[in-house]
Design a protein around this ligand. Structure first.
Ligand code: GLA
Length: 390
């Protein structure tokens, strides 16, 4: 029995009727690109968020989380108009967005359990998707996967106020075990590239820095604005037609325009654009490498992606940068980078399973040498790829 089922029983004195699960995701190549409609690669992992729940016919949603203190409550048709600045805001927003598309009658009582520390694996998207799955089930509605992704992204963008793209939700929705998701966030077209039988074996290592984070309040939105500002300026320099600022994306700008006018951009905007264009190319090269079973090249590109996120996108806490540096010089790691936005949380790596033990030893030793105060908080989790919720 999972902890969330036990907790459900303690609170409600009866067993949960149903269980739902949504995996976490990693994005080895394609970071900081989706909000400006780039391409991404991703995999779901075999750890994620569980929800134990029962329908509530009166339309009330009542949720507890094993990771957060406050129990949250709202009605499916009367979601508070503004956020309450707690963990359940993502879910309030998601209820509102689903209710805009489908009539909702039934609520649910539930307990949420995350299986890994928070930060970098997109637990926020996973918690929304697992909740939406349950809410759809109790209301007997069947939105398409894309509608669920859209509800979740709109909840983050419009209700919580984070300018994220659809990378997280898409990975958690579409992924398939032993396949690489290769998605164009502009067209929503995607491909699941199978792992070649000839590809060297790999596992996914998650090195959790010991520092948890929230995306709202980080410099995340500012970086997105800088990238969009660069796109707007480039369009103007090139004499291109452009519309509203918020509807402009780097994806609208041809690479030649960037090459021609990049020197006119303020230095920081130039760096953001440099990340965006080089990451776009890396994703395409990475997808091709996975297709031919070349995990060494795929890993190298993931390391490069990490480098660009640190030096061009200028993110990465001291802890994550240290982990990244250690990873680049540890034998048996094909490649990796910090996972997610990079302000706190974790690094992910694709590793050769025969080096698992020595990798864990080296990374732990080196990391705790620099951050001895994080002993007991730093942790390593070895995972496999997994199916998404679809
Ligand atoms: C967060 C956001 C995503 C994406 C990544 C960075 O996870 O939610 O949309 O921008 O950061 O690649």
């Amino acid at each position: 029995m999972l902890h969330c089922q036990e907790r459900f029983y303690e609170i409600y004195h009866r067993e949960a009727e149903s269980m739902a699960f949504c995996p976490y995701r990693i994005c080895p190549i394609g970071a900081h690109s989706d909000h400006n409609l780039g391409k991404i690669t991703g995999l779901a992992i075999d750890k994620g968020i569980h929800l134990a729940y029962r329908p509530k016919q009166n339309g009330v949603v009542e949720l507890s989380s094993l990771q957060f203190d406050k129990r949250a409550q709202w009605h499916v048709r009367e979601v508070p108009k503004t956020k309450e600045n707690d963990w359940a805001d993502y879910l309030r927003g998601a209820t509102m967005k689903l209710a805009e598309r489908y009539p909702l009658q039934v609520g649910l009582s539930g307990v949420i359990e995350g299986t890994l520390p928070i930060g970098g694996l997109s637990s926020s998207a996973a918690v929304v998707l697992v909740f939406l799955k349950a809410l759809c089930q109790v209301n007997a509605i069947q939105p398409t996967p894309l509608e669920l992704i859209q509800c979740s992204v709109e909840a983050e963008n419009q209700y919580v106020g984070v300018s994220s793209g659809k990378l997280d939700q898409s990975c958690e929705m579409y992924s398939r075990k032993n396949h690489l998701l290769y998605l164009d966030t502009k067209t929503d077209e995607y491909e699941l590239i199978p792992t070649q039988p000839s590809m060297k074996p790999y596992k996914i290592a998650i090195f959790f820095s010991g520092v948890e984070r929230t995306l709202a309040g980080s410099k995340f939105n500012m970086r997105v604005d800088e990238c969009r500002s660069a796109a707007y300026a480039l369009a103007a320099y090139a004499g291109m037609d452009y519309g509203k600022f918020h509807e402009t994306n780097m994806r609208d700008i041809p690479r030649e325009v960037y090459d021609r006018f990049r020197d006119r951009l303020p230095h920081t905007w130039q760096l953001r654009a440099e990340h965006w264009f080089t990451e776009f190319a890396r994703v395409e090269q990475g997808a091709a490498a996975w297709r031919r079973g070349d995990i060494d090249e795929f890993g190298r590109l993931s390391f490069e992606s990490g480098w660009s996120s640190i030096y061009n996108w200028e993110t990465g806490s001291p802890e994550l940068k240290t982990l990244y540096d250690i990873m680049t010089r540890t034998d048996g790691i094909y490649g990796g980078r910090f996972s997610g936005a990079g302000f706190k949380g974790c690094c992910m790596a694709l590793i050769d399973p025969s080096f698992e033990e020595s990798i864990c030893q080296t990374v732990t030793h080196e990391y705790l040498k620099t951050f001895p105060q994080l002993e007991g908080k730093f942790s390593i989790h070895i995972c496999e790829s997994a199916d998404g919720v679809m």
